[in-house]
Design a protein around this ligand. Structure first.
Ligand code: ADP
Ligand code: TRP
Length: 342
């Protein structure tokens, strides 16, 4: 691992763009740590990637707004992090178009996103080109900025391998200009279990607890959590291990004495589920009090957000343009008649 390094990562505004406590523990907390360690950080909202599945104007707008507000409320250091929207930098799609020409079809056919769709029974003739070419856009996202490392979860690692391959093909064909990025190995935290479907917490399964939703909504999500299915009455001794409500208490309730007390009473059968849940709700609201306030405050000031994204886009564009001028030179689009400027 290098001493001074830059990182780049993106997040796709699919689903509802809401952030749940699983995302918080598995993605937001590691990101906040990482932004302290790295020297330079590029972080963007991959709205063009979301277009493969989000094909509704209001939904797209809502998802992007939710994500931008959420990450700012969690405390992205915008002094250090270049925070922008992918679609604000047209060089991403320009480079994608160019990279398409050095990308073998066979490489893309092996990509997970495409193969998963086929496995789920999709007709290969019906899959949209956006999904098919998803890894090429991702390669463009990365290669424009020369990052040393790309921190991604396991499901995205193959895409970084593909990026390295594409960069290699380009360099070999036109000359060395792209740096092959390394995967930043994130300590994979265990997947947080969902509230009532016994799978990982996920927006698509609707088994989540949102961080920034109205208190009423969060209350409903907490109250619908699974507990020990064998416990019929308050006086029955209950199981704490593998009980999602206690999993959440342990991870998010900063009052450790309260957690220990609830666990003890639950195990001996002297506390009602509803009390455990009510305390969980209060613990979550307290844990995210500052962030929830900031979220609501930012939501009232769209101009402030617009300015943050404008500054991020300007910084990102400076780097992207620099790289694209080199690419244009290398591929010979720039010639003695050229007058094009960005
Ligand atoms: P969802 O499945 O709810 O749509 P995403 O796929 O958008 O969530 O996940 C965004 C990030 O949050 C990913 O980096 C992933 O690692 C993390 N994440 C998602 N669900 C969980 C979970 N249940 N536990 C821990 N981390 C999670
Ligand atoms: N595809 C990534 C995901 O869904 C998001 C993403 C898009 C990304 N472009 C990227 C991540 C470039 C890292 C680098 O999680």
């Amino acid at each position: 691992m290098k001493n001074n390094y830059s990182i780049l990562t993106g997040i796709t505004p699919s689903g509802s763009g809401e952030v749940h406590i699983g995302n918080y523990l598995g993605a937001v907390v590691p990101f906040l740590e990482l932004q302290k360690k790295a020297d330079k950080v590029y972080f963007f909202i991959a709205d063009l990637h979301a277009l493969t599945t989000v094909q509704n104007k209001e939904e797209m707008q809502r998802n992007v707004e939710n994500l931008v507000l959420s990450y700012l409320a969690f405390g992205i250091d915008t002094e250090k992090v270049v925070f922008y929207r992918q679609s604000d930098i047209p060089q991403h799609t320009e480079l994608q178009s160019i990279l398409n020409n050095v990308t073998p079809l066979s490489l893309i056919k092996r990509a997970h996103a495409y193969k998963d769709k086929l496995q789920k029974g999709a007709d290969p003739e019906e899959i949209n080109m956006g999904l098919f070419s998803y890894p090429v856009l991702m390669a463009a996202d990365i290669l424009l900025y020369d990052p040393d490392y790309v921190p991604v979860g396991d499901d995205q690692k193959q895409h970084i391998e593909i990026t390295r391959d594409i960069a290699g093909f380009f360099n070999k064909t036109f000359g060395e200009i792209f740096i092959l990025p390394d995967i930043y190995n994130m300590k994979e935290s265990a997947r947080l279990v969902g509230t009532y479907v016994k799978r990982k917490m996920s927006k698509s399964l609707h088994n989540y607890i949102a961080v920034f939703a109205d208190e009423k909504v969060i209350r409903k999500q907490v109250m619908s959590c699974f507990t020990d299915p064998n416990r019929k009455k308050v006086t029955d001794p209950g199981q704490v291990e593998g009980n999602p409500v206690f999993t959440y208490h342990r991870l998010l309730n900063d009052n450790k004495e309260e957690v220990a007390d609830l666990e003890k009473r639950y195990t001996e059968g002297s506390v009602a589920d509803v009390e455990v849940k009510e305390k969980l709700l209060q613990a979550i609201l307290l844990k995210f009090k500052k962030e929830r306030e900031l979220y609501n405050e930012l939501k009232e000031h769209p101009d402030k957000i617009k300015n943050i994204l404008k500054e991020g886009a300007e910084k990102a564009r400076t780097q992207a343009v620099k790289k694209m001028i080199e690419v244009r030179e290398k591929i010979g689009i720039t010639n003695k008649y050229s007058q094009f400027t960005y």
